[in-house]
Design a protein around this ligand. Structure first.
Ligand code: ASP
Ligand code: MG
Length: 405
């Protein structure tokens, strides 16, 4: 079978760990499989490179940043190939571009538009393990583009889809997907299986095991995903259509994202097209908007508030200031000290009162709610960042997520 194995930064953080990864890949080959490996940059390399850029320029251009950051994954892919060849396992490293990964060309946030797997297939035919640098591709203009932080997961799933791989294994420093962050809730439980939709909610809500875009892609192409530890041989968590969580209680997991900022525009005109204008401007800048609230109208004017990732706050503020006059906003406020806390469960739709129970638990703990949003399988609240960890524990207890498993 053809297997895609992705190893995150912590799994290739140093030469010993790269050696361990090489052993694992070699064993997979010895089991009779063909293997495509995707690697992240070693350890904190990407952060270190970003810091380095900051030392030479206050405002490095996105193009040069991509040139710089893409080197991190090239280092780990070349080193892993050397380690494989030292073990008698034929291997070749490829950049994203060499592996046929094409992007839309948006620097630092590129999206994969297509994959031409010709080269990867040819290398596999020659009996080599193909090690692809994650997190990067090449634009129609030939520019190296990175896929956004954590983007190597997306590389792995996209390759698995393009190659019709039997499995996509994501190796990381945790044992699998938990019902809550085990660092905050020690009694949190590892799930054996989970559905794409639930994983998608958990991932986009800040359960950092997998990049949300990767989960979306896996669902779209029905790529079976396995999340498991690169440090031992546990079975991990299998993500597929319909999972264990669906038969479970109303709430199956708690997630939090400690990196949330809110922007408010007050006294905007109450007219058709105003919201469209604001969010078009943000979309043009490729800024993801998460929760949105439009406040009650008084005197023909509305308040509109929304959240973005804290990293996007400066650019989002610039964007709304540009259109402030066009939408007649009297003022703009912002708050960069928020977190989002969410409860997730495919069973939620059939249990009324789940949201009420969440608000009640937060109220009993004296935690104030700044914003609320809901979907069929989740309820999210924006709260103060300092209170996020306490909120996770409070909700975990409220919904008895430890279970009896
Ligand atoms: N090295 C990149 C990052 O740290 C991509 C990845 O790890 O997936 O964000
Ligand atoms: Mg990384």
């Amino acid at each position: 079978m053809l297997i895609v194995q992705k190893f995150g930064g912590s799994s290739v953080a140093n030469p010993q760990r790269i050696a361990r990864v090489a052993e694992r890949v070699k064993n997979t080959v010895a089991d009779g499989h063909r293997v495509v490996v995707v690697v992240s940059a070693m350890g904190d390399t990407t952060d270190d490179l970003l810091a380095l850029a900051g030392r030479v320029s206050p405002n490095p251009s996105p193009r040069e940043l991509d040139m710089l950051l893409a080197t991190g994954e090239q280092v780990s892919s070349a080193l892993l190939c050397m380690a494989l060849e030292a073990r008698g396992c034929a291997a070749v490293s490829l950049t994203g571009g060499q592996a046929g990964i094409r992007t839309d060309g948006i620097h630092s946030k590129g999206k994969i538009t297509e994959i031409d797997p010709t080269r990867v297939r040819a290398e596999l035919e020659r009996g080599r393990v193909v090690v692809v640098a994650g997190f990067q591709g090449v634009s129609p203009a030939g520019e190296i583009t990175t896929l956004g932080r954590g983007g190597s997961d997306t590389t792995a799933v996209a390759l698995a889809a393009a190659l019709k791989a039997g499995n996509c294994e994501i190796y990381t420093d945790v044992d699998g997907v938990y019902t809550a962050d085990p660092r905050l809730v020690p009694e949190a439980r590892k799930l054996d299986t989970i559905s794409y939709d639930e994983m998608l909610e958990l991932a986009s809500l800040g359960a950092v095991v997998l990049h949300p875009r990767a989960v979306e892609l896996a669902k779209l192409y029905a790529v079976p995903l396995v999340v498991r530890s690169s440090f031992h041989n546990g079975p991990g968590t299998l993500i597929k259509e319909g999972g264990e969580m669906e038969q479970a209680a109303a709430v199956s997991g708690v997630a939090h994202d400690a990196n949330v900022a809110k922007i408010g525009l007050f006294d905007v005109e109450d007219q058709p097209g105003v919201a469209a204008r604001i969010f078009q401007e943000l979309a043009r800048e490729s800024i993801n908007v998460d929760m949105i609230i439009q406040g009650a109208m008084r005197g023909g004017r509305n308040d509109i508030a929304f959240t973005v990732s804290r990293d996007d706050l400066p650019r989002a503020l610039e964007a709304v200031r540009r259109i402030q006059d066009q939408v007649g906003a009297k003022g703009i406020t912002y708050d960069e000290g928020l977190a989002k806390i969410s409860i997730v469960g495919a069973g939620m739709v059939s249990y009324p009162g789940v949201a009420a129970a969440m608000f009640e638990a937060l109220a009993e703990a004296g935690i104030n709610i700044a914003m609320i949003s809901t979907s069929e399988i989740k309820v999210s609240c924006a709260i103060r960042r300092e209170e996020a960890e306490r909120a996770v524990r409070v909700l975990y207890r409220k919904f008895e997520l430890g279970g009896d498993a």
